[in-house]
Design a protein around this ligand. Structure first.
Ligand SMILES: *[C@@H]1O[C@H](CO)[C@@H](O)[C@H](O)[C@H]1NC(C)=O
Ligand SMILES: *[C@@H]1O[C@H](CO)[C@@H](O)[C@H](O)[C@H]1NC(C)=O
Ligand SMILES: *[C@@H]1O[C@H](CO)[C@@H](O)[C@H](O)[C@H]1NC(C)=O
Ligand SMILES: *[C@@H]1O[C@H](CO)[C@@H](O)[C@H](O)[C@H]1NC(C)=O
Ligand SMILES: *[C@@H]1O[C@H](CO)[C@@H](O)[C@H](O)[C@H]1NC(C)=O
Ligand SMILES: *[C@@H]1O[C@H](CO)[C@@H](O)[C@H](O)[C@H]1NC(C)=O
Ligand SMILES: *[C@@H]1O[C@H](CO)[C@@H](O)[C@H](O)[C@H]1NC(C)=O
Length: 601
């Protein structure tokens, strides 16, 4: 009964938010004037249950057109996640046997996770591994009512090397229900196998490998003994390692890194830079425990030497900033976190010396904690027992971050800024000839945090731009080029005010975007390109209780997802107002995108 009452209370509080009674008027981009009037007085009785959508979703490109049917499908897991505490109980292990009725090769494999939450529950981090190699990092929704369901579909064709023989899958979902958050997650996982020609529409960022052909072997750089296979990184000196032996006929290598931020670093992207003796002042919160600024970088090493890095895209977990922004539309990447490909081919000569090598992963400037692991994708030369190679160029200048801070009590501003260009080059001689791979990786980073009005107003601007150029040469002739460009701007403005009875009202405007453009030239004939622009704009408010928990709120989110390649365009526009989908349009015309203003970039 107790939980039932709490439940009604929650629904009652929730109902205050619908329809959104205090819509913040939309104004021009830089005008963040808010209506800071007190919240509406509660109606005497809860009205009918709010008409919210129970299907939560991430509006991106569908992995395949609906008309295409898989050759076969396998349900590999059906399980309820009641209490899987991070440290106490093991994840779910389940065995996988390749489908007898449609053996490999497959032209495409899609993973489908479908789940329901029995009741209200917090967002929980989860992942799926095949024999220790991660294939999906996902978050559950922050479910605001019972009966929420959602589905994640991901193209996992790049992991087919792991699916050809019987193996072990594992899943970790750190659910921890209690008397208030009673929701239990029921999760199904299926695999869909396709053969023959499949529509090439798909270039979801997640299958964005640098190469078209999947690797021949994937070696996990993860914790094979842990309850979840991810490593828990608590600070930058906490380098997690795994030592592995690389086959001596490897001719190409890519390290794919998965990462998610938690605990004190949940809001790393909004973290101000202050001297360490000053706590993160201001009621706006949304910062890490220590004010060390808003820069984080996941770094990979081999035998202690830097081999690549990425500034992670700030995936906003469904309970973050304002949970009402992300119900029912998830923040970019929340249900399917991006992974980062680091080109290691120039180091292959060093890796194939028949000796074990230690791969390391850490997060620069991190605070507890980050969940990190990686997959080492290797391409093997079937026609030879031993390949040779050498690293011929290694230019890794230190990253100098400009740090500026100017604070007076709670108010002030700070800035962090930096850029670096890294270059590697190495040759690998295999049955395909003597091929030199050169990598040029440039990234630029800027974070600006400003706090005003005695800590009541906070604005955050962050932008990461990265560009990777890959040049492949044979006999001094360029035979291929790949260019990958990414941009991730983020802008957050919050204004807090007194909500009475120890509560705070927090109003937020939020904008973020993930832009990714890839192009390649292979030989003289095959050129391709694709770009993805995924952007969201949200605004709304929450009432935060004395304990820091969100008591009620409302939010509107507009999402525009655009994919385009040399042949096609796909546009999806989703407009969510106060928990309701007002608009959900798909189009195969980028002209529509131009009209709706989605083309600006
Ligand atoms: C809920 O939404 C649906 C579709 O928008 C509408 O048909 C229905 O009348 C709504 N119900 C209530 C109680 O508002
Ligand atoms: C999981 O699969 C079972 C049986 O196929 C089905 O009854 C159930 O509704 C599914 N649950 C979800 C969350 O998809
Ligand atoms: C349930 O868990 C949430 C978050 O983990 C916590 O805030 C809340 O106080 C807990 N409730 C009870 C009754 O323990
Ligand atoms: C792997 O997980 C186990 C169990 O949680 C832990 O004791 C160990 O320290 C972890 N190893 C690494 C390298 O993180
Ligand atoms: C960094 O993390 C490691 C492992 O958790 C810990 O032993 C060490 O004390 C930490 N260092 C700092 C400076 O916090
Ligand atoms: C490469 O590895 C294969 C298989 O382990 C082995 O038979 C062969 O002798 C190795 N070649 C060299 C040059 O080490
Ligand atoms: C491969 O090419 C590089 C650079 O052109 C050269 O230094 C190296 O000796 C060549 N290796 C072999 C085995 O021919």
């Amino acid at each position: 009964m107790e939980s039932h009452r709490r439940h009604l209370l929650f629904l009652f509080l929730l109902s205050l938010a619908f329809p959104s009674t205090s819509t913040i008027p939309r104004s021009s981009e830089n005008d963040y004037s808010f209506d800071t009037s007190p919240p509406p007085s509660p109606p005497p009785r809860p009205p009918v249950q709010p008409n919210t959508s129970l299907e939560y979703m991430d509006p991106t490109l569908p992995p395949l057109l609906p008309a295409q049917n898989p050759q076969c499908s396998l349900q590999i897991l059906q399980r309820d996640f009641a209490a899987i505490a991070a440290s106490s109980s093991p994840p779910a292990f389940f065995t996988y046997t390749p489908p007898a009725n449609c053996p490999s090769p497959w032209s495409r494999v899609i993973l489908e996770l479908s789940a329901t939450a029995s009741d209200i529950q917090k967002d929980r981090i989860a992942a799926i591994w095949i024999a220790g190699a991660e294939i999906l990092r996902t978050s559950t929704p922050f479910s605001l009512s019972p009966g929420v369901f959602w589905r994640v579909r991901k193209d996992i064709t790049r992991y087919t090397a792991l699916l050809r023989r019987p193996t072990r899958f594992s899943i970790m979902l750190e659910n921890n229900p209690n008397a208030t958050l009673t929701g239990i997650y029921s999760v199904n996982v299926s695999l869909h196998f396709y053969r023959g020609a499949v529509n090439r529409l798909n270039s979801h960022p997640i299958i964005r490998g640098l190469y078209r052909e999947p690797a021949d072997l994937i070696i996990p750089i993860s914790n094979m003994t842990g309850p979840g296979c991810w490593f828990r990184v608590t600070n930058e000196t906490d380098v997690r390692t795994r030592t592995v032996l690389i086959p001596n006929n490897t001719y190409r290598a890519v390290l794919e890194v998965y990462v998610s931020n938690h605990g004190d670093d949940q809001y790393w992207y909004a973290n101000p830079l202050r001297s360490n003796d000053v706590g993160v002042a201001g009621a706006s919160g949304l910062a890490s425990r220590k004010p060390n600024g808003g820069f984080r970088q996941v770094v990979a090493t081999i035998d202690g030497q830097y081999v690549g890095s990425a500034v992670p895209f700030p995936v906003i977990s469904p309970g973050s900033v304002n949970p009402f922004f992300w119900a029912p539309v998830a923040a970019i990447g929340a249900y399917d976190h991006p992974s980062y490909d680091l080109e290691l081919t120039p180091f292959v000569g060093k890796l194939i010396d028949g000796k074990p090598h230690e791969f390391g992963l850490t997060v620069k400037e991190s605070q507890p904690y980050w969940l990190v692991d990686a997959n080492l994708h290797l391409w093997l030369d079937a026609w030879s027992d031993a390949v040779e190679g050498a690293l011929v160029r290694y230019k890794v200048p230190p990253l100098h971050l400009g740090r500026q801070a100017d604070w007076k009590n709670a108010d002030g501003k700070s800035e962090m800024e930096g850029q670096v260009i890294i270059r590697f080059s190495g040759w690998v001689s295999s049955s395909a000839g003597n091929v030199t791979t050169s990598v040029r990786h440039k990234f630029k980073f800027k974070s600006h945090v400003e706090v005003e009005e005695k800590g009541e107003m906070k604005s955050v601007d962050m932008e990461t731009k990265a560009r990777t150029n890959l040049r492949i040469e044979k006999d001094h002739v360029v035979i291929g080029r790949v260019v990958v460009e990414t941009e991730a701007p983020l802008n957050l403005v919050t204004v807090t005010s007194n909500g009475g009875g120890g509560t705070r009202i927090r109003k937020t405007k939020f904008f973020h975007e993930m832009m990714e453009a890839r192009s390649a030239t292979e030989g003289k004939t095959e050129d391709w390109f694709n770009t993805i622009t995924d952007r969201q704009e949200s605004e709304g408010s929450v009432l935060v209780g004395e304990d820091g928990e969100v008591v009620w709120g409302s939010g509107d989110t507009k999402s525009i997802y655009k994919f385009r390649d040399d042949k096609k365009c796909y546009l999806r526009t989703v407009n969510m107002v106060g928990g309701k989908l007002e608009e959900d349009e798909e189009s195969s015309s980028c002209a529509a995108a131009a009209l709706s203003g989605a083309m600006e970039s």
